[in-house]
Write a protein that binds this ligand. Sequence first.
Ligand SMILES: *Cc1c(COP(=O)(O)O)cnc(C)c1O
Length: 386
Amino acid sequence: MPYPPASHAPTLSRATVPADARAVLTIKLGALRANWATLNRHSGTAECAGVLKADAYGLGLEEIAAALRDEGCKTFFVATLAEARRIRAIDPAATLYVLDGLLPGAAAHYAGFDLRPCLSSLEEIREWAAFSQGRGRKLSAAVHLDTGLSRLGLPPSEVAALAAEPSLLEAFQCALIMSHLACADEPSHPKNASQRALFDTLRASLRPAPASLANSAGVFLGPDYHYDLVRPGIALFGGRAFVGESNPMQWVVELRARILQVREVPEGSSVGYGAAYTCDRPTRIATIACGYADGFLRAISRVDRTAGAVGFVGPHPVPIIGRVSMDLITVDVTGVPADLARRGAWVEVLGSRTTIDDLTDRAGTIGYELLTRLGRRIHRVYVDGA
Ligand SMILES: *Cc1c(COP(=O)(O)O)cnc(C)c1O
């Protein structure tokens, strides 16, 4: 099996990793910034925002927001009010949108921190408009239209009602009209064009305002999808935005776990819970300190006859064998020199050689899920280089 060279992988220095760290997530802020710059270039004249919901896809909201701000990113979208307040605390100038929309009675919490709800219904719009009028100034917000996801946003019938009541959109500052694509990861899916057409039709019935439709994959659907602002999330972190093409983004995360113990077992030994894997030769097994409680999905387990995921000790591939358990993974280190595969050494289980998407394709899920679940007991190291 061909693997890319390991030369890029930063070695973990004693200075950055405490002795008691059992697993380490290295987050490369230089690669993150380079990815934003790539997306920004791809977006032409549209503004490139950053979507940092779920603690910046699990990678640390404050660190990620600060790095993107330094690269020139001025607008962030998060899911929750609490997330928006965390960014506000470190970035007084950022434009911050809350995708949850307006929680009933919470308008003052948004206004107090200069946060913009993505208003998702006529009811939310009325509440924000009334609050804004009560404050005697036009507070900003986005209006979120549903063009086919059937999730959040005003459906066409509510857009018609909004168009029939123009005073509503005059009562506050509609800074953005947005919608979200359902199938952007499949560039040839007809739903992309139909959502775009509906977005244009709906917008034409409302007061003109800056518009936004594209997530990461939408950026790569081309200029027709860029409008005034694009909203990439996963691509910032090196995740695959769409299927079937090579990924133009740089890797941002590497996950390494420490070897706790190495043992030799004879041919015929079973490994792990359920005795789901049986060694077909004498095997040297390393047990490493990472498991599904750390977000390393149990579905990544290798049972007999399935092709397993592969970690690395230095340049050496080490197949995962047996079931992933709560705190531990077992890997086959038979082919690795004993001085490399020893107690305390690191096994890279996620990085440029085994990508998030490799792992999650195997587990029947998507990179987003693995990233956002990487647990808080994993020690995090932020490095500046790409
Ligand atoms: C999550 C999200 C995005 C970012 O999506 P990616 O696929 O991660 O780029 C953009 N817009 C909305 C409304 C979202 O919920």
